[in-house]
Design a protein around this ligand. Structure first.
Ligand SMILES: *Cc1c(COP(=O)(O)O)cnc(C)c1O
Length: 381
């Protein structure tokens, strides 16, 4: 592929930091670079406590443990999301309850979520699709009135905002991803943001194999032992070293991605006006995006498949997602659907993501736009 869908990149001192960590002789977790990442996330996002994890998947699993769920408990979430959103709760024995998304933001429909609450509901997981905020005021109010835990899946949302607050720092718990396809990367990586004090101490224990080792290293206890269930959720210092350099350039990374999104938008405006495709709606009032994704909506599944093949023949890799969870084999087995899935089913067949990464050139965008225009040339809208 001449233009891949994604390309990992370095932007600052990633390699120097890794060399420094190796020289310092601290390779296991929670060394100085990891601590620097924690401080950055706490200060820049406004989280009470940030803990690096191996992935957003791992952060979601920690969040699910913290919610103290078991068989019979229900967790409301969109079906239009990545599998980890649901898997984390299924691993606890809980039931994902899928609701539809809004047609404008493709985010959890907060009205449908309110209707899906039952006496068994324990948590709600808003997924900030494409780094665009869910209606958090409505979701937090719902959670307060029904005593639910809000776990934000902010995998795509680093530094994006809702009414002046950073995504991931609004719910009781928030989960970020630093996977190489996200804005700020460390290959694999993630973070749990603990915004509600009642979860902080236990979050540290769960992350350290169920031990109070973190307290021991701070000198708060004189020996450490097995306190609770847990696993190994803390990444190596090498991951922290790489990530630290990326976080320090996060604003710059997002600014470039927003520029690329704007270039796509202006390049495709004419086709959108002709009705050949639809562009993402501008962010709703109060939401500030981070340029995580640029997608178009095609007329139907056949048009999307034909456009993917057309772009592929020109060396351009465009991808679609998600296979809705409610109709996936595991989703049908472990979950339940609580609303009509009209928007989810419709969008999942028509959405196409275009290449977007920090080092994508303006000329690449121009080339992709003209390849798309060539596809529609002479096609009835
Ligand atoms: C990427 C992503 C995840 C998983 O992130 P990992 O760091 O790869 O585990 C979870 N949820 C959403 C919405 C994502 O986009």
């Amino acid at each position: 592929m001449k233009i891949p869908f994604n390309k990992p990149f370095t932007i600052g001192a990633e390699l120097e930091n890794i060399a420094a960590a190796v020289r310092a002789g601290h390779l296991s977790g929670d060394g100085p670079f990891t601590q620097r990442c924690h401080r950055w996330l706490e200060e820049r996002l406004g989280a009470r406590r940030a803990l690096l994890t191996h992935s957003c998947t791992a952060a979601l699993e920690m969040a699910a443990i913290l919610c103290d769920l078991g068989p019979g408990d229900e967790v409301i979430m969109p079906s239009f999301t990545f599998v980890s959103t649901a898997n984390a709760f299924v691993l606890r024995g809980a039931t994902p309850v899928f609701v539809d998304i809004r047609p404008d933001t493709l985010n959890l429909d907060e009205t449908a979520a309110a209707k899906a609450v039952t006496s068994k509901t324990r948590a709600i997981v808003p997924v900030h699709y494409a780094g665009v905020a869910c209606e958090m005021d409505a979701i937090m109010a719902l959670a307060r009135s029904r005593n639910l835990v809000v776990v934000e899946d902010a995998a795509q949302g680093v530094l994006a905002e809702y009414r002046g607050r950073k995504l991931g720092a609004i719910g009781h718990l928030g989960c970020l991803s630093f996977h190489e396809t996200k804005n700020v990367i460390s290959g694999e990586g993630g973070a749990l943001l603990v915004n509600d004090q009642r979860f902080t101490a236990r979050a540290e224990i769960i992350r350290e194999k169920g031990t109070n080792r973190a307290q021991f290293f701070r000198g708060e206890v004189d020996k450490y032992g097995w306190m609770d269930i847990g696993s190994s959720y803390l990444p190596s210092e090498l991951v922290g070293a790489f990530l630290c350099a990326q976080l320090e350039h996060a604003v710059e990374i997002n600014a470039r991605r927003l520029q690329l999104c704007a270039a796509y938008r202006s390049g495709l405006e004419t086709l959108a006006a002709r009705g050949a495709l639809a562009l993402p709606r501008p962010e709703p009032a109060g939401a500030t995006g981070n340029g995580h994704m640029f997608y178009v909506l095609l007329k139907d599944l056949d048009t999307r498949s034909a456009l993917i093949a057309h772009l592929k023949a020109r060396g351009i890799h465009a991808v679609f997602h998600y296979v809705p969870l409610h109709s996936s084999p595991a989703g049908r087995k472990f979950g339940r659907t609580a609303s009509p899935m009209t928007v989810t089913d419709d969008v999942s067949e028509r959405l196409l993501r275009l290449p977007l990464y920090y080092t994508l050139a303006d000329s690449d965008v121009a080339q992709i736009v003209s390849a798309i225009a060539a596809f529609f040339h002479g096609r009835p809208a």
